[in-house]
Design a protein around this ligand. Structure first.
Ligand code: SAH
Length: 196
């Protein structure tokens, strides 16, 4: 389970914003992810009114799904374009406000109040800013984090976990010497050491 040449690869936040500008976003799933539906019970465990976090959210349509089920959704994303496309494509009115704790960051919140998307780096967030969460949908997130930042990312996610939270993680399995990523290959053994 060697991640080979991927361990030193870095994709900058600016490069991610450029991908959005160029429309180079094939990771986006217009129909949403079937694995969220398949494991919805594991995420929710029969509970209602949960706080659900979407790290590196892009314009994931699953945010709308969960909000429509009565949960409160929070996301984080460096591309403001992605977040604006989300609200436009989902036909949701929203307001923007600065985030006092993070210079340059904005919060885009649906007028109904149940979807709050932070436009900033995930590493700028902490539980004192966004609170803790009952559920996490990590798809295109851990696998998009630069390999050298995985420990920091996982520690941050753990610090955002409420007691009895559930965390759905989607990874991809392939030979890391054949593609440079992202998505990066994250071996099962590394997931165990990151999250325990
Ligand atoms: N989870 C989404 C998007 C996956 S692509 C989905 O399932 O469709 C990864 C996303 O993370 C991109 O939209 C990119 O702009 C964003 N991103 C990359 N680095 C980030 C960082 N440090 N903080 C917040 N968002 C980041």
């Amino acid at each position: 389970s060697d991640i080979g040449s991927q361990k030193d690869r870095v994709v900058t936040e600016e490069e991610w914003r450029q991908k959005w500008e160029m429309g180079n976003t094939r990771f986006h799933k217009e129909q949403g992810h079937p694995l969220l539906l398949k494991y919805l019970d594991v995420l929710l465990t029969g509970r209602s009114g949960l706080r659900i976090f979407f790290p590196l959210c892009g314009k994931a349509v699953e945010m709308k799904w969960l909000a429509d089920m009565g949960h409160s959704v929070v996301g984080a994303e460096v591309s403001e374009q992605a977040l604006k496309e989300f609200f436009a494509e989902q036909n949701l009115p929203y307001c923007e406000e600065p985030v006092p704790e993070i210079s340059g960051a904005k919060k885009l919140q649906s007028t109904s109040g149940n979807i709050s998307l932070y436009c900033c780096s995930i590493y700028d967030l902490s539980s004192s800013i966004v609170g803790k969460f009952d559920g996490f949908w990590d798809r295109g997130a851990l696998v998009a984090v630069n390999p050298r930042d995985r420990q920091r990312y996982a520690s941050l996610m753990i610090s955002l976990m409420e007691k009895n939270s559930s965390y759905l993680l989607v990874t991809v399995s392939y030979d890391p010497n054949k593609h440079k990523g992202p998505p990066f290959y994250v071996p099962e053994s590394e997931i165990k050491s990151l999250f325990g």
